[in-house]
Design a protein around this ligand. Structure first.
Ligand SMILES: NC(=O)C1=CN([C@@H]2O[C@H](COP(=O)(O)OP(=O)(O)OC[C@H]3O[C@@H](n4cnc5c(N)ncnc54)[C@H](O)[C@@H]3O)[C@@H](O)[C@H]2O)C=CC1
Ligand SMILES: O=C(CO)COP(=O)(O)O
Length: 341
């Protein structure tokens, strides 16, 4: 059994702290807000983020970062992507050199267009960042905390880190696979949120299953196209971090990205939608990042492009649908196109 610090007590950090506590580990949960930490310690509830869940009394919450990570051999990061760099800066002087880091964050840093592991590498001394694994896959916190069957993947360039992460997290309700493709797992996990916004929008507009299936399938095509250009391995996109998470996020009312898309499809404005949801909607910033990366890499991402117009340029969602449906005729599989180089 290990001493594990979980950094971030939103829905995902809290659910993962519960999995670790179920596995018998001693868990310290770092919470930004001291009052919320006190509430978790006293009532064993995280009322804002997972109001229906009773948490293990073995989870000790603190708002003191040093106390949270001091002497801990394992640190799991579950903050929104926009907070990752600052969080790492604060953690850098506090971590022990041989710590195992696991991050469970699905997004890019918008300003630098970097993946989360790249941000971690830049901010934490080399020896620390080499023991790094990413946790991804179809896993809504609301279901994980209720111990409903869930499968995820841990990906790492270090086999030892991957296997240790699997051992720490795996149990009879939470099945953990390994995958050496850290780049692919990060890219798939981030980009699926764009398509989930689109799937929610499709539902909000009143479209049916055909439209949803089209978005998922063509969404996976453009996620894979960009992923391969950025160095990911093809099979990852047909795995848990790829199609698995795409299905879970695009079809679930738990998804904040799906919900944001739904409200936008019903005619609400972005600021209004984000205020109503009150939790991180990673797909919004990821849509911005992906559009810039796609342009830089000369990769076609028509769905992400149309969503950018709807989110940031006041494009009417119905006009966005017309734009996608009216694109020039083309092959389904570019690799089967006789003109493909
Ligand atoms: N909720 C879920 O089911 C899952 C979420 N994720 C990913 O986990 C990451 C975290 O998401 P959630 O926990 O769901 O978000 P959330 O919105 O439920 O909670 C966010 C947490 O981050 C804290 N926070 C916000 N800004 C911060 C800052 N600047 N510095 C430090 N802490 C800050 C908040 O106080 C809150 O505790 C995201 O990248 C998300 O995509 C991944 C898998 C499942
Ligand atoms: O990544 C998730 C499930 O795997 C959670 O998705 P949302 O952030 O859209 O809620």
């Amino acid at each position: 059994m290990q001493n594990v610090a979980v950094i971030g007590a939103g829905s995902w950090g809290t659910a993962l702290a519960s999995v670790l506590a179920d596995n018998g580990h001693s868990v310290t949960l770092w919470v930004r807000n001291a009052k919320q930490a006190e509430n978790i310690n006293t009532n064993h509830m995280n009322e804002k983020y997972l109001p229906d869940a009773k948490l293990s009394a073995k989870i000790a919450a603190t708002s003191d970062l040093q106390e949270a990570v001091s002497g801990k051999p394992v640190v799991l990061l579950a903050v929104p992507s926009h907070a990752m760099r600052q969080m790492c800066r604060e953690l850098a002087p506090l971590l022990t050199q041989d710590v195992l880091l696991i991050h469970a964050v699905k997004g890019f840093e918008l300003e630098s267009l970097k993946r989360m592991s790249e941000v971690i590498h830049e901010e934490l001394p080399g020896a620390i960042a080499t023991r790094l694994a990413v946790l991804s896959g179809p896993s809504h916190a609301e279901e994980v905390v209720q111990r409903q069957p869930t499968t995820v993947v841990v990906a790492s360039e270090s086999e030892d880190s991957m296997l240790r992460s699997q051992d720490l997290l795996m149990n009879r309700n939470f099945r953990v696979y390994t995958n050496p493709d850290l780049v692919g797992a990060e890219i798939a996990g981030a980009l699926k949120n764009i398509i989930a916004l689109g799937a929610g929008m499709s539902d909000g507009l009143g479209f049916g299953d055909n439209a949803k299936a089209a978005l998922l399938t063509r969404g996976l095509a453009e996620i894979t196209r960009l992923g391969l250009k950025l160095g990911a391995m093809p099979p990852t996109f047909s795995g848990l971090a790829g199609i698995g998470d795409l299905v879970a996020t695009c079809t679930s009312k738990h998804s904040r990205n799906w919900r944001a898309g739904y409200l936008l499809g019903q005619g609400k404005k972005l600021e209004e939608v984000l205020a109503e949801i009150g939790m991180v909607v990673e797909g919004v910033r990821t849509t911005q990042a992906a559009n810039v990366i796609a342009k830089r890499e000369d990769v076609e991402m028509p769905i992400a492009n149309v969503l950018y117009g709807i989110l940031f340029e006041d494009k009417d969602p119905r006009q966005g649908v017309e734009q996608l449906m009216g694109r020039l005729k083309t092959y389904e599989m570019e690799y089967l196109n006789p003109d493909h180089a």
